[in-house]
Design a protein around this ligand. Structure first.
Ligand code: ADP
Ligand code: MG
Length: 355
């Protein structure tokens, strides 16, 4: 039996690959299928290459997988998939392969069925463990399911299950905490969850747009002009909670202030379900990291069912080493936001259709 296993190795350039959550999830998924008899072909992608780009090759992951799994990994170039197939067939049972970046292949991001069929020919069954790509419609996560028996991998299943648990029948009070640079990214989540939540606590650039919409002078702070009209309508809703004081640099709001931290901490303490996405301020500068850190700590010490997601939000949680006190630190990024916004998830739908 040869499994094609999709995992997510699209890890930020600056991040240490071997300790990143996405890589460690991938290692766990491979280990769950590799029993010494099955062959496993790891399928993944990285960046948005227009063609072959050497710096987006997945080759460097081979030694990293070898070290963690203590097994030899055979790297497969994908320029000629026929040749790759021959290598897989000839290898002894139990062999583990890593296929080159699927985004080097023409038709991958267009969900070409011709490519999907070629990829499918490399194995006997497809296991998708790449939740962070579930909001995309690619040959390697949607088309391929037409040609192979397909199912979710352990991390994919876990993300879907834990995210659903939070939003399907949330234990109340349910609070959503939204920060980060752009409200536009998270507007879909706010709109979809507003009827279910008891409160939406705002921070970061997202809060600034709401403050301005309420007629408060925010000086030169980061905000989104084109979101003002929408923010004005939403700001009338009593569930929306805005910061009551700030930390500033000159005329720029760069973090929530101590009174807001106290207010938010109290609300977090009362909550039974919490979802947080987006830092409360310009946390990369230590002077403005306090708000985000205090929110992270309050969530970690609350008894609520808690979910945290987003690259920068995860960074705050990782730095404090409190990820184990949060029910789900989502690796999903854009896929998590689309899921919470109730949008279509092509790769997830494709798997559900099959099961
Ligand atoms: P995530 O990656 O967790 O989804 P975002 O990418 O939406 O979060 O937002 C993170 C960015 O928002 C960080 O770079 C942070 O510095 C910035 N940010 C948050 N609040 C402010 C603020 N008040 N002023 C300027 N930048 C801010
Ligand atoms: Mg970010």
């Amino acid at each position: 039996m040869t499994y094609l296993l999709a995992v997510n190795l699209d890890i930020k350039y600056e991040e240490d690959k071997s300790s990143s959550e996405r890589f460690l999830s991938a290692v766990r998924a491979v280990a769950s299928l590799a029993n010494g008899k099955n062959k496993v072909v790891i399928v993944s992608h990285r960046g948005r290459p227009q063609a072959r780009e050497e710096n987006l090759s997945l080759r460097e992951f081979s030694p990293l997988f070898e070290r963690k799994l203590k097994k030899k990994i055979l790297f497969l170039d994908n320029a000629a998939l026929k040749k790759a197939k021959e290598k897989i067939t000839e290898a002894q049972s139990g062999s583990i392969f890593l296929l080159e970046n699927t985004r080097f292949l023409k038709g991958e991001t267009e969900n070409s069925l011709m490519l999907a069929k070629e990829l499918a020919s490399l194995g006997d069954a497809f296991v998708n463990d790449d939740f962070p790509t579930a909001h995309r419609r690619d040959a390697s996560n949607v088309g391929i399911t037409k040609y192979l028996p397909s199912k979710m991998g352990p991390n994919f299943k876990k993300e879907v299950y834990l995210l659903s648990r939070a939003i399907d029948k949330p234990m109340k009070p349910f609070i959503l905490i939204i920060g980060g640079a752009k409200m536009a990214d998270k507007l879909g989540v706010i709109k979809n969850l507003l009827p279910k939540t008891d409160r939406i606590l705002l921070g970061g650039g997202a809060a600034n747009t709401f403050l301005k919409a309420r007629g408060i002078d925010i000086g030169g702070s980061l905000y989104e002009e084109d979101m003002l009209a929408k923010a004005k309508i939403l700001a009338k809703n009593p569930k929306m909670v805005l910061p009551i004081d700030y930390r500033k640099d000159g005329n720029k709001i760069l973090d929530i202030g101590p009174k807001t931290v106290r207010l938010y901490r109290r609300m977090i303490g009362e909550a039974k379900t919490i979802i947080w996405g987006g830092p409360m301020g310009y946390y990369e500068d230590k002077r403005f990291a306090n708000g985000s850190r205090e929110i992270a700590k309050a969530i970690a010490s609350s008894k609520a069912y808690s979910i945290v997601g987003g690259g920068d939000t995860d960074a705050v949680v990782r730095e404090l080493k409190i990820g184990n006190k949060i029910d789900l630190v989502s690796t999903g990024g854009g896929a998590m936001l689309d899921f919470l916004a109730g949008k279509k998830m092509p790769a997830l739908d494709a798997l559900w259709r099959k099961s």
